[in-house]
Every structure is written in structure tokens, then in C-alpha cells.
Ligand binder design. Structure first.
Ligand SMILES: NC(=O)c1ccc[n+]([C@@H]2O[C@H](COP(=O)([O-])OP(=O)(O)OC[C@H]3O[C@@H](n4cnc5c(N)ncnc54)[C@H](O)[C@@H]3O)[C@@H](O)[C@H]2O)c1
Ligand SMILES: [Zn+2]
Length: 336
């Protein structure tokens, strides 16, 4: 959205990840009161449709008025018409269903902030891969989502987690939580993982890059990470794709066909692998992940690099967008 590569409406308030104190409740809200501390999932569910009632709130069939799209989110392109939280106040539809209660006070604030999106998203990527305790997992992408996938794989009992990226600061963070960093600018990441594993490769893979996957020179190849995962994951292994791939790509030549990606489906099929995809259903996991934070087992705030008031957001966006060293995850404080 920030790079102008979506059809997000001008003037939309961005910000899908929110931890807030309730400041007002509407007449239809019965279980939350002013003063409650809450985590707001990025998905907005109705709570009653077929997908919401089976815990797939990321594919709510009612909350997105656009034809043919199931799933709504706050502050997000194509997941209309809900504003996000980079503002003093945020309106939460169907609050009784969507909100997650947090303990009062401000303990674990930065950890809880990861509950709205990236911690459940990283966890979901590992679940989609079919990981079992003892498996080796290769995570491609060391941004917030990939780092959360690595943290989640370790929490779920992986015997070894590889994290592939080229950004030194992100690779260092991966190493700090016990993952094995793989720098793809130092050589083919698949070869590097095969070397370390005596050619066995990984049992599972997580895609946390998306269609903007690029080579060492920065040129985009939307098939690159999918191909690498097919190569590095063993036969009958699984791949969880939480990086975003889009059917159309506004403002780009041939963007109407952006979803038609030539990746190595033949090898994928021959190896008998599985692949699962999609936006994360935050409510499927956030209660348990909150409790892992409360007991100290999970500490997703390890990746928070900066905390700034909302008025400094423009500068923080710029630095995050340019991947200025150390800008891994920025928290914005709406009230300074
Ligand atoms: N499924 C969901 O619910 C969900 C939720 C949040 C974000 N996402 C998506 O997850 C993806 C990652 O999000 P993020 O915030 O971590 O993004 P990010 O842009 O901060 O991180 C992506 C990382 O991938 C790395 N990368 C690029 N090409 C690569 C390659 N060839 N091999 C390995 N790494 C490569 C980049 O260096 C970067 O560090 C995005 O597509 C985002 O839209 C999905
Ligand atoms: Zn629904």
C-alpha cells in the first residue's frame, strides 16, 4: 500500500495492528466496557457466517461488500471499508466477537501488540506447513512475519529453523532467537540449507515474502521463493504460504494478470508436496498466543526496533520502506 502498488482509496486511515483501551461502547456491545485493554485482530468478522463460525474469520463472507471477495480487515487495501488505527480512535465493528481481552495495566504491551497480525500470521504459516515436533523448517523472508514464523516454529517444537533473507539486521534477530540465519546474497539459499542438512533439506517451508520476492540485485521474481521452497522441502513435505500474492496488480503493465505466476508446479507435484495459503485467521490463535506471552513462553516483542509518536509516522514509514538498517518493526503511539 505504501509503495502505491494497490488500489487503496486515497485518504484511507491505515493501521491493521492495534492494541487499545476501550474509550466508548455502542449499544450493541455487552461484554466490553470503557477502560478495558484489548487487542484488535486485523480481520473483521461478523461472527455468524459459515467461515466465522468455523474459525476462519479471515474469510468472513459478510463483512466485505466487494463482490467475490471473502474477508475484511481494518486499514487495508481491498478489505474495505474499514479504517485502521493510525489515528486517535478506532471503531471496531462487532466488538463482542472481534476483540480479545487483555489483562489491565501496561505489562507486555509490546508483546501484545504483535497479537493483532504478525504473531498469529507467523504461527499460521507454520500450521499451514503441517509442521510436526522435531521437523526442520525453512522460513523464507526475515521481515516481521518471517521472524514470527521462526519464533512460532521453535515454540511448536521444530528441531531446526532456517531463516532466509539478505538483511543483516533481520538475520541477526533470527539468530538471537535460535534460528539458523541463511543469507541469500552469500549464495543459493537452497544449496546452503542442503549443505547444512547433508542433502536432506527441510521437512516444512514457510513463505513469508510474497510476490515482491527479489534476487540479490533487487529485481522482482514472483516465482522465486515458491521455486526455492519446492526445491528445499523434502518429498511429501509441506509449504505454508502467508506472504501475499495478488490476482491483479494496479498500476503495473500486464498487472491484470499478476496472479498468473510460472512456478515449478511439476516438481512440486512430483515430490508429492502440499501447499496451503491465505490470510491468517487471527481469532483462531490469539487467545492461546496471549497466554503464551503471559506465562513468558513467547516473547514476540524481540523484533520491535522503534517506538514513535504518531506524528513521526511519516519519517518512520520512509525508513521502514527503505529498509534502513535496524528498522524492523515500528510501534506508533497515537497519543504521543
Ligand atoms: N497472510 C497474512 O495474513 C499476512 C499478514 C501480514 C502480512 N502478510 C504478508 O507477509 C509478507 C511478509 O510481510 P512482512 O511484513 O514480514 O514484509 P517485509 O517486506 O518486511 O519482509 C519481507 C522480507 O523478505 C525478504 N526477501 C525478499 N526477497 C527474498 C527472497 N528471494 N528470499 C528470501 N527473502 C526475501 C526481504 O528482504 C524482506 O526482509 C508480505 O507479503 C505481507 O503482505 C500476510
Ligand atoms: Zn463472518
Amino acid at each position: 500500500m505504501y509503495e502505491g502498488r494497490t488500489n487503496v482509496e486515497e485518504g484511507k486511515i491505515l493501521g491493521p495492528e492495534n492494541t487499545r483501551i476501550v474509550s466508548a461502547v455502542g449499544p450493541g456491545v455487552h461484554t466490553f466496557a470503557v477502560g478495558d485493554r484489548v487487542s484488535v485482530p486485523f480481520n473483521i468478522g461478523c461472527g455468524t457466517c459459515r467461515n466465522c463460525t468455523s474459525k476462519w474469520t479471515s474469510f468472513c463472507t459478510k463483512m466485505n461488500p466487494a463482490p467475490g471477495i471473502d474477508g475484511a480487515a481494518c486499514g487495508f487495501a481491498g478489505m474495505r471499508p474499514y479504517d485502521g488505527g493510525q489515528a486517535q480512535f478506532l471503531r471496531v465493528p462487532h466488538a463482542d466477537f472481534n476483540l480479545l481481552r487483555l489483562p489491565p495495566g501496561n505489562e507486555h504491551e509490546n508483546d501484545f501488540t504483535m497479537l493483532s497480525d504478525i504473531f498469529p500470521t507467523g504461527w499460521h504459516g507454520v500450521v499451514l506447513s503441517g509442521m510436526q515436533p522435531g521437523d526442520r523448517v525453512a522460513v523464507f523472508g526475515g521481515g516481521p512475519v518471517g521472524l514470527m514464523a521462526a519464533h512460532s516454529a521453535i515454540l511448536q517444537g521444530a528441531s531446526q529453523v532456517f531463516l532466509v533473507d539478505k538483511q543483516a539486521d533481520r538475520l541477526n534477530l533470527a539468530e538471537s532467537i535460535g534460528a539458523t540465519p541463511i543469507n541469500f546474497s552469500a549464495g543459493d539459499p537452497v544449496e546452503q540449507i542442503l549443505d547444512i542438512t547433508d542433502d536432506r533439506g527441510a521437512d516444512r517451508g514457510v513463505e513469508a515474502v510474497g510476490y515482491q520476492a527479489h534476487d540479490t540485485a533487487g529485481k522482482e521474481h514472483p516465482e522465486l521463493v515458491l521455486d526455492n521452497l519446492v526445491k528445499v522441502v523434502r518429498s511429501t513435505g509441506g509449504i505454508g504460504v502467508v506472504g501475499i500474492y495478488v490476482p491483479t496488480h494496479p498500476g503495473v503493465p500486464n498487472g491484470a494478470n499478476a496472479g498468473r505466476i510460472g512456478w515449478d508446479y511439476g516438481t512440486f507435484c512430483t515430490k508429492g508436496q502440499t501447499m496451503s495459503t491465505g490470510q491468517a485467521p487471527v481469532k483462531r490463535y490469539n487467545r492461546q498466543l496471549r497466554d503464551l506471552i503471559l506465562t513468558g513462553a513467547a516473547k514476540p516483542s524481540f523484533l520491535v526496533s522503534h517506538e514513535v509518536p504518531l506524528v513521526d509516522a511519516v519519517e518512520a514509514y520512509d525508513k521502514f520502506g527503505r529498509r534502513v538498517d535496524g528498522f524492523t518493526k515500528v510501534l506508533l503511539r497515537p497519543n504521543g
